[in-house]
Design a protein around this ligand. Structure first.
Ligand code: ADP
Length: 637
């Protein structure tokens, strides 16, 4: 029975784009069909290992056939095949994430007219419509019925029963478009063209891609000796690809461009990777891995649709994609594959997760990535800054989420903004530049760099030229807390109440406090419930007050934690109002006789400090009322 169906809207749009693609991009259709064929065989092979009673092992191949008269080029595989439902689901809708990404890029108005980037995406099966005015797909699953999909790339396709002379597999037949004055589609019927395309894009496919080719052979005489000058044509079933997966080739034989191309096609990125590692390890355990760090943040990295993990191969056989246990969470942006003879093949996926080899290889991979990042940081600053800008927070997360256990490995990958310079600084350099006698590593936190830089509690540090790390990312403070110290130097928050002051300074502040007890007590009383203490400060130069916190969580941590979705209990920091004894405002305050008025001053100063430090005033009406009453008094005086 023949059924006519409509493509889903998005597929329709993609098809339209394919049909209008520019000529130079069209050739990738063969790459896409061959990689689908190879995937289908991978799936079959996996089943023949796990369900060997149902799926007999066979030696697979992919065939390319051309028919010059009929102007068709077809790709046939003996892989898993598709059932009727598979055909509808897989060919009637956009399956490939690469296609989806391409669609969203192209919808972006700016790029509407520029389809030249098509070739950089894995646009999949629909790419056949770049060169074909109609496409047929014959397919059959093992023990199932054969079906024929047919479409002219318009809004509909048909599916009907058919005959297909194979146990299982798929044949995609592309009916090439007519040649025009400048578009020679018939080129794709030429052996040399196909051979070149296979070498260029699909050489590493691990199954033989075969094609019948006509070769000119020298005639031989009765004694099997070549006859000079006499040739005849012979048909040869030629394997067009080398079949050696890139990662099985010796490291020196693999060019950077090959790694780049491999990354782009396997991981559907149109940009080459920022970093690539070709790892071959032999010894206690043996494995090969190709690991890549993308040169842009994957668009869905922070959404649930992002599938983290590496592709897993055993003895060159594909087992599964997105294998999570091979890469720690904090390196979730790393893409790649691992192949090891040590992974037992004929076990269930669940068992595989538990092998000790797997854990060791995973640790080794993590170490390789860290080592490569350290190397890059040392040798290629620009590249490392690009990396850190995109993925630096993941490194911090690695320290935080391991409760500091990964500190030793990761701390020297960190970079921070800091007070004394625009450029990011490493902890190592911070420590090198510390002032004589400086014991701690100072840091200041807040929502934005601009906000942090204006914190009053930085004033004395600025005056003394002491550098301070400026932590503007939510994860920063938590990472630092998990580290506790670096190079035996403690991290110290400039917004914490405790201060490193000289003995003389301390005595002076104590004396001031006892002399001005009435003022401090009144302010404290006025701010009861808001601050735990009111003290004189050594942190301030130009500002009258600042708010700091006692041991326990900082105001910044309080903000970050309470912003966290699902955070129920409202965590509170213990605040202290610190007063600058040298400030005019305080000196003026000393002359105010009314206790109530001092309380009002204290309250307004507190709210001002909150504002300046990037926080909201709790009771805005109260603030305005108090401020106005003080203004009136000042105006009258
Ligand atoms: P992708 O291969 O990325 O999923 P495609 O648009 O190329 O995207 O193909 C869609 C789906 O169609 C595939 O996921 C696969 O399930 C199915 N498919 C395509 N070609 C074949 C094939 N040769 N054999 C079996 N299934 C196929």
């Amino acid at each position: 029975m023949k059924q006519e169906k409509k493509f889903e809207t998005e597929s329709q749009q993609l098809l339209d784009l394919m049909i209008n693609s520019i000529y130079s991009e069209k050739e990738i259709f063969l790459r896409e069909l061959l990689s689908n064929a190879s995937d289908a065989i991978d799936k079959y092979r996996y089943l023949s290992l796990t369900e060997s009673d149902k799926y007999p092992t066979k030696s697979h191949q992919i065939r390319i056939d051309v028919d010059k008269k009929a102007r068709t080029i077809s790709v046939t595989d003996d892989g898993i095949g598709m059932s009727l439902e598979d055909m509808e689901k897989n060919l009637g809708t956009i399956a490939k994430s690469g296609s989806k990404e391409f669609m969203s890029k192209i919808k972006d108005a700016k790029e509407k007219d520029d389809l030249s980037i098509i070739g950089q995406f894995g646009v999949g099966f629909y790419s056949a419509f770049m060169v074909g005015d109609s496409v047929e797909v014959l397919s059959k699953t093992l023990g199932g019925e054969a079906h024929r999909f047919y479409s002219e790339g318009k809004s509909t396709y048909t599916i009907e029963d058919t005959e297909f002379d194979q146990d299982s597999g798929t044949k995609v037949i592309v009916h090439l478009k007519k040649d025009t004055d400048d578009l020679k589609y018939s080129d794709y019927l030429e052996t040399y063209r196909i051979e070149n395309l296979v070498k260029k894009y699909s050489d590493y496919i691990r199954y033989p891609i075969k094609m019948l080719v006509t070769v000119s052979k020298q005639d031989r005489d009765d004694e099997d000796k070549p006859v000079d000058g006499k040739y005849h044509d012979e048909i040869e079933d030629k394997t067009l690809n080398s079949m050696i997966p890139l990662w099985k080739k010796s490291v020196n034989d693999v060019k950077q461009e090959e790694l780049d191309e491999f990354y782009k096609s396997k991981f559907m990125d149109y940009e080459k990777p920022l970093l690539s590692l070709n790892v071959h390890v032999e010894g206690l355990y043996t494995y090969e891995a190709l690991l890549f760090i993308p040169s842009r943040v994957p668009s869905n990295l922070y959404s649930e649709s992002y599938e983290q993990g590496l592709s897993l191969y055993s003895k060159g056989i594909f087992i599964q994609d997105h294998y999570k246990d091979l890469i720690p969470d904090y390196l979730r942006f790393v893409k790649g594959l691992v192949d090891s003879d040590d992974f037992p093949l004929n076990v269930s996926r669940e068992m595989l997760q538990k092998t000790p080899e797997m854990a060791k290889i995973a640790k080794n991979i993590e170490n390789k990535i860290i080592a490569e990042l350290k190397k890059t940081k040392k040798n290629d600053e620009e590249k490392y800054l690009k990396f850190f800008d995109m993925f630096g927070e993941h490194i911090k997360y690695g320290i935080y989420s391991s409760y500091g256990m990964k500190k030793e490995e990761l701390q020297d990958l960190l970079l921070f903004h800091h007070l004394n310079d625009e450029k990011l600084i490493s902890l190592e350099d911070y420590v090198k530049n510390m002032k004589k006698g400086q014991k701690d590593i100072y840091f200041a936190t807040g929502k934005t760099l601009d906000e942090i830089k204006t914190l009053p509690q930085l004033e004395s540090k600025k005056k003394d030229g002491v550098d301070v790390l400026l932590l503007d990312k939510n994860i920063d403070e938590f990472c630092i807390m998990a580290m506790v110290e670096y190079d035996k130097k403690t991290f110290k928050d400039v917004s914490s109440e405790k201060d490193e002051v000289s003995k003389e300074k301390k005595e002076e502040l104590d004396r001031l406090a006892s002399e001005n007890k009435r003022i401090l007590d009144n302010i404290k009383e006025g701010l009861s419930g808001k601050v735990d203490d009111v003290v004189f400060s050594a942190k301030l130069v130009d500002s009258p007050v600042c708010i700091t916190t006692k041991d326990g969580i900082s105001m910044n941590a309080e903000r970050v934690i309470n912003e966290e979705p699902g955070q129920k209990e409202n965590l509170k920091s213990t605040k202290v109002l610190e007063i600058n004894p040298d400030h005019e405002l305080f000196k003026a305050l000393a002359d105010v006789s009314s206790d109530e008025q001092i309380k009002d001053y204290g309250s307004v100063l507190y709210d001002e400090a909150m504002l300046l430090q990037g926080y909201d005033i709790e009771d805005k009406a109260e603030f305005v009322k108090k401020l106005n009453s003080l203004l009136i008094k000042a105006a009258k005086a």
